[in-house]
Design a protein around this ligand. Structure first.
Ligand code: ADP
Ligand code: ZN
Ligand code: ZN
Length: 823
C-alpha cells in the first residue's frame, strides 16, 4: 500500500495541517501529488489535497484516503511550495495558507448530516418495532428512509420532533443511524441553457416564412436567432422576440432549435468602460525608467525596483509598459492596487490596454465571479491579473512581473490569519519565478525607501521627479486653526478655505474637501494651542479609555504608561481640550449653507453602500455635475480629475494622533496624496487646516519634500528603535473576561522576556488600541527586534506557550509579524 501526506482542510493550530494517510491500491494511480481528496478526520470526513507521496508514513497508525475528488483543480507545485512558505513565514496553519491561495469555489464548509447506517428494509422494520413504544424514534427513522440524509434541523422538521438530538444519539448508539460530514455545495461553474438554431440560418429564415407562416411567434424566434447569429438564453429571447418557453419547446420538438448547456463567465463589473484606449508616447523620463525595467524583464533578472515618482508624474504608463514587456516575453503579470474600489481608474486603464486579457480580483466580487476569474488565470486563459492584496496569489505558471502600486499602503497587510503582507509574498514569488518586482509610490514607505536608498540597498531606486506636461505641483498653504479659534471662528471651515472655495465656485472650477476620519475621538487635543497627549517613552499618541478604575484615563498601548485625562489643557490652560471633529455630512451641510447654489456631493463609506454608487458619484464629478466633492480617504487616492483646482484637507493632522509610531509617516503620505489631486489640469492650490502647523510632517507635506521628510523621520525611528532599524512583532491575547486575559498576557510577557535575548525589547502587556472588540478584551505585547535577533523563533515560542495554556478557558492568542497598523 502507498502513502500520502494530505493537507487536511480543518481548523488546526499554527504550523499544523499535514497528516499522513494510506492510499488503497484502487486510488493509487489517481491520488497523485496535488489532487483533491476526501479523508477521514477525527470521526468525520474532510477534504484535503495530496501534498506528498512518501514511501513510509511519519506515524505507524494511518487511516485510508476515501476518495479522489475532482471538485477542485490540483495544487501546482508552486502553490504547494507557497503554502509551505506562508505557514513558516507568517506562523499560520496550512489550511489558513490554503484558503488565501485558493478561490472560495468548491472549497465548501463541511456540514453534519444524519443518515441511515442500515439498509432501508431493516430501518423500516426497526421503525415498525418501536412505533407504539417510541413514536418519535419511529418518525425519525421513517423520515430518513423517505428523504435520505439531512441536517439535524431539517430532520426535526421532517419527523415533527422539536429537538431530535437525544433520539439521534440513541439511534446511533444502537447502530441505526450515523452522523456524517458532507460538503455543503459551494460555487461551481455557472451553466446556462441556451437555444441555438439546429438548421442553417438560411433554412431558419425560410422555415419562418413558409411552413411557420401561421405560427408568427415561432417564426419570430427563428428570425431573431438567425439575425443574432449566437445561441441565446430563454431570457434573452424573451427580451428580443417577446416569446416564452412554450414556443421554444415546440421549436425544439420540430427539430429547428437545439438546446445547449454552456458555461457562462460571471464577469466583474468595471466601473467605467467609456475611456479611450489611448496609447500615449512615453516622455523621456518615463522612457528611461521603462528601459531599466524592461531590460531586467527581458533578461529574466529577478530584480526589485522602487519607483519614486511625484503625483501626476505618469507612473501608470510605466506600469502598463512594464506589463507589455512581460507579455512580450511570453510571461504573465500581476498588478496590485491597495483597494480596487478606490482605484477604478487603474482597472479601466488596464482593460483599455489589454482588453479581455485581464482578470480582475478583489474582495467585492461575488464568490462566483471570483471563482471564474481565478479559473481563467489557472487555466492560462488570461495573462494579466489586476487586483487588491489577495491577487498576489494569482496562479500564473510563468510570472514576468509583479507591480505594487501605492506600495506604502497599509492595506497590503492582511490583518487576519494568515497575516501576510502582499509585499512580502510578491518579493518571494518574484524570486521563485525569476520575475521583476516593481514597487511604486509618490510617498514610499520608510522601510522601502530605506531598502532602496539606505546603506545596504536591496531595491534599485528609479525616479520620476516632474509632473507630466511640466505642470507645477500645487501650492500649499497651512492654516493655523488655533488662530481661527482665537479670532472667534468655531466653524470647521477656515476663512482662507472659504475664500478660495468662493473663487472656485465663481470660476466654475471644482473643489475636493477631504476629511480624515480615522482615529477620531480616541485622542486628546487642545484646540487652543494644539497640545496633544503623547507617551513620554514611546512617542505615540495616548489613547482615551473610558473604563479606568478612577474614571477615564489616557494609556499608551505600547508600554502601558497611564495618566488621567486632563480637564484643562496642561500646556495653555484652555478648556477647549477633547477635540472630536466633524463628519463629512456636517462639512457638506456647511458648504451648502455658505454657498446655497453650489452643487455638493459626498463620497464616503455611508454614501457608497449601494452597488455602483461609488462609480456614479465619481462619474458625475468628472462630468462637471458637481462643484464640491466632500469625502474621506476615498477621495484621497488615485483620482485624476483635470478640473480640480482646489483641495482642502479639513483636519489635516488627525492622523498624527493615531496611536501608532507610523502616525507622522501616514500623515505625510496622506497629505501628499491629497494635495496630488489638485492641479492635474489647470494650476492647483491646496489648503491644510491644522492645529499643529509646526509639526515636520505638515511642513514637509506643504513643501512636498519627500527626501526631507524621510531624513527627519528616519532620525526619529533610529532614536526610538522603530523600523526600519528594528523588526516588530505583536502578540495579542483576547477573551471575554478581562482578568484572565490580563493574567495570561502578563504570564506570556514574562516568558517571552525570559526567552528574548539582548537584541529584543519586550514591551507591555498593555491594552490594545481597540481594547475591546466584538465583545472580547484585548491586551498586547510588543516585541522590537534589532539586527541578529530571531523574531520568528521568539514568536513561535510564544505561540507554543499559548497553545499549552489552551485549556485555560477560551483565551485566544494571535501573533503578528511586521504589523502594519498597530491599531
Ligand atoms: P501618477 O500615477 O504618477 O500620479 P498618472 O499615471 O495618473 O500619474 O499620470 C498623470 C496624467 O498624465 C494622466 O492623466 C496620464 O494619462 C497622463 N500621462 C501619463 N504619461 C503621459 C505621456 N507620456 N504623455 C501624455 N500624457 C501622459
Ligand atoms: Zn492648550
Ligand atoms: Zn509608551
Amino acid at each position: 500500500m502507498g502513502y500520502a501526506t494530505v493537507l487536511v482542510d480543518v481548523p488546526v493550530p499554527a504550523g499544523e495541517g499535514l497528516f499522513d494517510y494510506a492510499v488503497p491500491p484502487s486510488l493509487d494511480e489517481a491520488a497523485v501529488v496535488g489532487v483533491c481528496v476526501r479523508v477521514p478526520f477525527r470521526g468525520r470526513r474532510a477534504m484535503g489535497f495530496v501534498f506528498a507521496r512518501p514511501t513510509t508514513p511519519a506515524v505507524s497508525e494511518v487511516r485510508e484516503v476515501i476518495a479522489v475528488d475532482d471538485a477542485y483543480p490540483p495544487l501546482t507545485e508552486e502553490m504547494r511550495r507557497l503554502i509551505d512558505w506562508l505557514a513558516q513565514r507568517y506562523l499560520c496553519s496550512y489550511p489558513d495558507a490554503l484558503h488565501v491561495i485558493m478561490p472560495p469555489g468548491p472549497r465548501t464548509r463541511v456540514e453534519s448530516v444524519i443518515q441511515l447506517a442500515v439498509d432501508e428494509t431493516t430501518a423500516s422494520a426497526r421503525a415498525d418495532a418501536v412505533e407504539a413504544r417510541a413514536p418519535g424514534q419511529s418518525r425519525v427513522i421513517r423520515a430518513l428512509v423517505a428523504e435520505g440524509p439531512m441536517t439535524i434541523e431539517r430532520l426535526g422538521e421532517a419527523a415533527g420532533v422539536k429537538d431530535p438530538t437525544a433520539i439521534v444519539k440513541l439511534l446511533s448508539g444502537q447502530g441505526t443511524v450515523l452522523k456524517e460530514s458532507v460538503w455543503r455545495k459551494g460555487v461551481g461553474p455557472l451553466l446556462e441553457t441556451l437555444y441555438a438554431l439546429a438548421v442553417s440560418e438560411g433554412e431558419a429564415v425560410q422555415a419562418a416564412e413558409a411552413t411557420l407562416r401561421r405560427a408568427p411567434k415561432q417564426a419570430r424566434v427563428l428570425k431573431t436567432l438567425a439575425d443574432r447569429g449566437l445561441p441565446s438564453s430563454a431570457a434573452e429571447i424573451k427580451t428580443m422576440a417577446g416569446v416564452g418557453p412554450a414556443v421554444l419547446a415546440s421549436l425544439v420538438a420540430k427539430g429547428l432549435l437545439r438546446v445547449e448547456r454552456c458555461e457562462r463567465r460571471r464577469g466583474p463589473e468595471v466601473a467605467w468602460t467609456d475611456q479611450a484606449a489611448a496609447s500615449v508616447v512615453p516622455t523621456q523620463a518615463q522612457g528611461t525608467v521603462i528601459k531599466s525595467i524592461a531590460e531586467a524583464i527581458r533578461n529574466r533578472r529577478s530584480e526589485r525596483f522602487l519607483l519614486h515618482g511625484v503625483t501626476g508624474s505618469g507612473k501608470t504608463e510605466v506600469y502598463l509598459r512594464a506589463v507589455e514587456a512581460a507579455l512580450a516575453g511570453g510571461r504573465s503579470a500581476i498588478y496590485l492596487v491597495p483597494e480596487i474600489a478606490l482605484t477604478p481608474q487603474a482597472v479601466v486603464g488596464f482593460r483599455a490596454r489589454f482588453g479581455d486579457d485581464v482578470a480582475v480580483l478583489h474582495s467585492r466580487l461575488s464568490n462566483g465571479e471570483r471563482y471564474d476569474e481565478w479559473r481563467r488565470i489557472y487555466g492560462g486563459k488570461v495573462r494579466v491579473a489586476v487586483g487588491a492584496r489577495s491577487a498576489v496569489f494569482a496562479p500564473f505558471r510563468e510570472l514576468g512581473l509583479i507591480v505594487l502600486d501605492e506600495e506604502h499602503e497599509g492595506s497590503y497587510k492582511q490583518e487576519d490569519d494568515p497575516r501576510y503582507s502582499a509585499r512580502g509574498v510578491a518579493e518571494h514569488r518574484a524570486e521563485e519565478h525569476g520575475a521583476v518586482l516593481l514597487l511604486g509610490s509618490a510617498t514610499p514607505s520608510l522601510e522601502s525607501y530605506f531598502a532602496a536608498a539606505g546603506p545596504a540597498p536591496r531595491y534599485r531606486l528609479l525616479r520620476l521627479t516632474t509632473r507630466i506636461g511640466g505642470r507645477p505641483l500645487p501650492g500649499v498653504s497651512l492654516v493655523d486653526m488655533r488662530a481661527e479659534l482665537a479670532a472667534g471662528n468655531k466653524s470647521v471651515l477656515s476663512l482662507t478655505l472659504r475664500e478660495k472655495l468662493a473663487e472656485r465656485l465663481a470660476r466654475r472650477e471644482q473643489t475636493i474637501l477631504f476629511l480624515n476620519r480615522r482615529g477620531f475621538s480616541t485622542f486628546v487635543l487642545c484646540r487652543s494651542c494644539g497640545y496633544s497627549a503623547r507617551c513620554p517613552n514611546c512617542d505615540v499618541a495616548l489613547t482615551l479609555h473610558s473604563t479606568g478604575p478612577a474614571g477615564p484615563e489616557l494609556r499608551c498601548h505600547y508600554c502601558d504608561f497611564v495618566r488621567p485625562v486632563p480637564d484643562v489643557c496642561p500646556r495653555c490652560g484652555s478648556s477647549y481640550i477633547r477635540y472630536f471633529g466633524a463628519g463629512t455630512e456636517r462639512i457638506a451641510d456647511e458648504v451648502k449653507k455658505l454657498f446655497p447654489t453650489a452643487r455638493v456631493a459626498r463620497l464616503d463609506a455611508d454614501a457608497v453602500t449601494r452597488k455602483g454608487a461609488h462609480a456614479a458619484i465619481l462619474r458625475s464629478f468628472r462630468d462637471g455635475e458637481v462643484d464640491v466633492l466632500v469625502g474621506t480617504q476615498m477621495v484621497a487616492k488615485g483620482l485624476d480629475f483635470p478640473r480640480v483646482t482646489l483641495v482642502g484637507a479639513v483636519a489635516a493632522d488627525t492622523a498624527l494622533n493615531l496611536p501608532d509610531f507610523r502616525a507622522a509617516e501616514r500623515t505625510f503620505q496622506l497629505l501628499t496624496q491629497v494635495a496630488g489631486r489638485a492641479g492635474r489640469g489647470d494650476p492647483g492650490e491646496v489648503v491644510f487646516q491644522t492645529y499643529q502647523p509646526e509639526h515636520y510632517s505638515l511642513l514637509r507635506a506643504k513643501e512636498q519634500d519627500f527626501e526631507a521628510f524621510y531624513a527627519a523621520e528616519l532620525e526619529v525611528r533610529r532614536g526610538l528603535g522603530y523600523p526600519p532599524f528594528t523588526r516588530l512583532g505583536v502578540i495579542i491575547v483576547s477573551g471575554v473576561r478581562e482578568q484572565p486575559v490580563i493574567d495570561a498576557a502578563q504570564d506570556l510577557a514574562d516568558r517571552v522576556k525570559a526567552a528574548a535575548g539582548e537584541a529584543t525589547e519586550v514591551l507591555g502587556p498593555a491594552p490594545a488600541p481597540f481594547a475591546r472588540l466584538r465583545g472580547r478584551f484585548r491586551w498586547q505585547i510588543l516585541l522590537k527586534s534589532g539586527p541578529g535577533a530571531d523574531l520568528e523563533a521568539l514568536l513561535r515560542t510564544a505561540q507554543d506557550e499559548a497553545r499549552h495554556r489552551r485549556g485555560a478557558g477560551e483565551l485566544r492568542v494571535t501573533v503578528d509579524i511586521d504589523p502594519q497598523d498597530l491599531l
